[in-house]
Design a protein around this ligand. Structure first.
Ligand code: UD1
Ligand code: CA
Length: 468
């Protein structure tokens, strides 16, 4: 059986996206659009995967560095899809067999569909097999024009189509299987005499038609799967389809998603079984959530690793953090990058933590800021306690030992170290290191002046009376 090579066309800027970012790098569920087509291509185990890139080629290569088995071919000027495929001629010199052509802007395509195309192509010993589809609304796509006996004759692009041709609903998906020799032979004949002055790959179909070569087709059943992304409207439609698929898979693997419509899980995230996700959560990047966790509504969790049994209460932002088993976070907490919480840690309302370690069993339940801090085990941080880690020039560390008790409204003027088992009295401003097991307190002595307030009120009201 003849081998397969895959060409992915991805050199265009994507004018209709109206963006300074090349189309194939626009993210879908947290990954660049092209990632989906590259994954699909590799899953078919072809001899070669060739991606034709041009616009922002360096950026595209950078986004996929480490993908060693992709041959990047540069199309310097984007003169059309036919011209793009022509650029792969050298890369395919030593290859003989079936060339499958995919587009970088068709990320919803499934393996079964493409396998169906390849099977049909092989079974009919075809030189050219088209993947077509018949959507409700064919506008924007190339129409497949057939003769009265149903044979495919050619493809006409929307911009070149007559009114009658525009009424045809059978469209070209831009996905094809070609015999390599036929493909390059026919490509040498195409000319840019059309509305866009481009070398259309689709003209190869007309050439086959004129030569009397059988053009086989296979129809995709689901138009959504082969939709090309040309505008931001298409992008959001595709995003929705991908997210639905991701949620569906997690539910089948044992995750409860209360409302899939309002749950946004990136393709790069992982979630353990028996975790429950409430509505309006964004689980982004390389986030890994353990088993039996509960994510209450309205949080955004980015690039974070979480153990088992963790609870994220409502409305938290959690970035690049690590959270130990059975820890509780929120409501309204902000864990900034490089936060590490140990097992059973409790981080409560309006607490912000940055670049800090909070070890097992410790608590900061209300209104606290910890920056550049190490908090030992079983420490209690009282309401309103904060680290003053920034002197206007540099950041400084605060180190709090195991079993320390920090009262409310304490300020740690970093750098400062609190020894194990110390008690920091409420209202204290800690400016120097504190030895283990000691009490530290810094308050001005309290004065109460008896009757002072009453007198003041009386004076105030009598002077008001005089004015009137
Ligand atoms: C193309 C087809 C159309 C089909 C549709 C399906 C042609 C002429 N038209 O139209 O029949 O219905 O796809 O989605 O082929 N590209 C390059 N170099 C270029 C031009 C484009 O690499 O010089 C790449 C683009 O980056 C994109 C793909 O080819 O990934 C398709 O190009 P696009 O401009 O989106 O073609 P459509 O107008 O959608
Ligand atoms: Ca397109």
């Amino acid at each position: 059986m003849k081998g397969i090579s895959i060409i992915i066309m991805a050199a265009g800027l994507g004018t209709r996206m109206k963006s300074s970012l090349v189309k194939v790098l626009h993210p879908l569920a947290g990954r660049p659009m092209l990632a989906y087509t590259l994954d699909l291509a590799k899953s078919l185990r072809p001899e070669k995967v060739i991606a034709v890139i041009g616009h922002q080629a360096d950026k595209v290569k950078e986004a996929f560095k480490g993908n060693d088995n992709v041959n990047w071919v540069i199309q310097k000027e984007q003169k059309g899809t036919g011209h793009a495929v022509l650029q792969t001629k050298n890369a395919l010199n030593d290859f003989n067999g079936t060339v499958v052509i995919l587009s970088g802007d068709t990320p919803l395509l499934k393996k079964d569909t493409i396998n169906g195309l390849i099977r049909t192509h092989r079974a009919r010993d075809s030189r050219l097999t088209l993947l077509t589809v018949e959507p409700e609304n064919p506008s924007g796509y190339g129409r497949v024009i057939t003769s009265s006996d149903g044979k495919v004759e050619r493809i006409v692009e929307e911009k070149d189509a007559s009114d009658t041709e525009k009424k045809v609903r059978l469209i070209n998906t831009g996905i094809y299987a070609f015999d390599k020799d036929f493909l390059f032979n026919a490509l040498s004949e195409i000319r840019p005499d059309n509305a866009q002055n481009e070398y259309y790959l689709t003209d190869v179909i007309g050439i086959a038609g004129r030569r009397g070569i059988d053009i086989n087709t296979i129809k995709a059943l689901n138009p959504d799967e082969v939709m090309g992304i040309n505008t931001r409207c298409d992008l959001s439609k595709a995003e929705k389809v991908i997210r639905q698929g991701i949620n569906h898979n997690w539910m089948l693997s044992g995750v409860t998603i209360i409302d899939p419509e309002t749950t946004f899980i990136d393709d790069t995230a992982e979630i353990g079984r028996d975790t429950i996700i409430y509505p309006n959560n964004f689980i982004s990047g390389k986030t890994k959530i353990g088993e039996g966790c509960t994510i209450y509504p309205n949080s955004r969790i980015i690039d974070t690793q979480m153990g088992n049994g963790v609870k994220i209460k409502d409305s938290c932002v959690v970035e690049e953090s690590r959270i130990g088993d059975n820890a509780n976070v929120g409501p309204f907490a902000h864990l900034r990058p490089q936060t590490e919480l140990g097992k059973g840690v409790k981080i409560g309302n309006f607490v912000e933590i940055k670049k800090s370690v909070v070890k097992d069993g410790s608590k900061a339940s209300h209104l606290t800021y910890l920056g550049d801090t190490t908090v030992g085990r079983n420490v209690n941080i009282g309401a309103g306690a904060i680290t003053c880690n920034y002197d206007g020039f540099k950041k400084h560390r605060t180190e709090i030992g195991d079993n320390v008790f920090v009262g409310s409204d304490v300020q740690f003027i970093a750098p400062v170290k609190i020894g194990k088992g110390a008690i920091v009295a409420a209202g204290t401003t800690v400016t120097e290191d504190v030895p283990a097991d000691s009490l530290v307190i810094s308050r001005t002595k309290q004065i109460s002046k008896k009757g002072w307030a009453k007198k003041r009120r009386w004076q105030g009201s009598s002077s008001k009376g005089q004015k009137e």
